[in-house]
Design a protein around this ligand. Structure first.
Ligand SMILES: [Zn+2]
Length: 219
């Protein structure tokens, strides 16, 4: 997979967003205005992107993204929006504080990091501004499915499905259904002490373990 410079990514994202706004080919002067650069430098950069087969240029008409450029533009957009979501939801940023941070983070984040954050936040559909987060995956980790009897100590798992029996058990313990659990200890009788994302610890009896359907991301 090709590596892209920050400038290349900014151009690809600009072309993508200008196309979204107006449809059709995107004018070089519009790209220059959008990125606040002089028209000749935009012309120069477009030439370079065309040489790399990332964009197609039709003289006097404008520019469009080729498949690889389109793919990278969508990734940068996803990176930006995943970071904004993360900063607001997980790091207590205010919505009006996140754009500048995301502008920097979007370029320095690997596809793996962005997809892992995206999965960690349970695949959010939109960012805090309401813009759609591209749902396609840019890095394919493998999702492994297992039950609690196969889980390992100190690992964190996503809870996929719970039987009504387990739901009743949790209600009886007055514990909210966890999205994630971490295995703390496996006791001598094979019951398991787990911790939820809210730091609530409880014991799951041996006979209940296979009823806990879990997943995790393998790398
Ligand atoms: Zn933003």
């Amino acid at each position: 997979m090709a590596e892209f410079s920050k400038t290349e990514q900014d151009y690809l994202k600009a072309i993508y967003q200008l196309h979204e706004k107006t449809g059709g080919l995107v004018g070089v002067t519009d790209i220059a205005a959008y990125l606040k650069v002089a028209a000749p430098s935009a012309t120069e950069m477009i030439k370079r992107l065309a040489k790399k087969d990332l964009v197609a240029q039709k003289k006097y008409y404008g520019v469009s993204l080729k498949p690889e450029g389109y793919h990278e533009a969508r990734f940068i957009l996803k990176s930006h929006r995943v970071w904004e979501t993360f900063l607001v939801d997980q790091a207590d940023y205010q919505i009006d504080e996140v754009h500048e941070e995301a502008e920097r983070l979007e370029h320095s984040s690997s596809k793996r990091l962005v997809e892992r954050l995206y999965a960690l936040m349970n695949f959010p559909k939109t960012d805090p501004h309401g813009s759609e987060i591209p749902a396609e995956r840019f890095w394919e980790g493998k999702v492994v499915t297992l039950d609690l009897s196969q889980a390992e100590i100190a690992h964190r798992y996503q809870v996929v499905a719970l039987t009504s029996e387990i739901k009743d058990f949790l209600a009886y313990l007055t514990i909210e259904q966890p999205k994630f659990i971490t295995v703390i200890t496996i006791l001598a009788d094979d019951s398991v002490i787990v911790k939820t994302e809210d730091d609530v610890k409880f014991v799951i009896p041996q006979f209940q373990r296979t009823a806990w359907q879990l997943t995790y991301y393998a790398h």
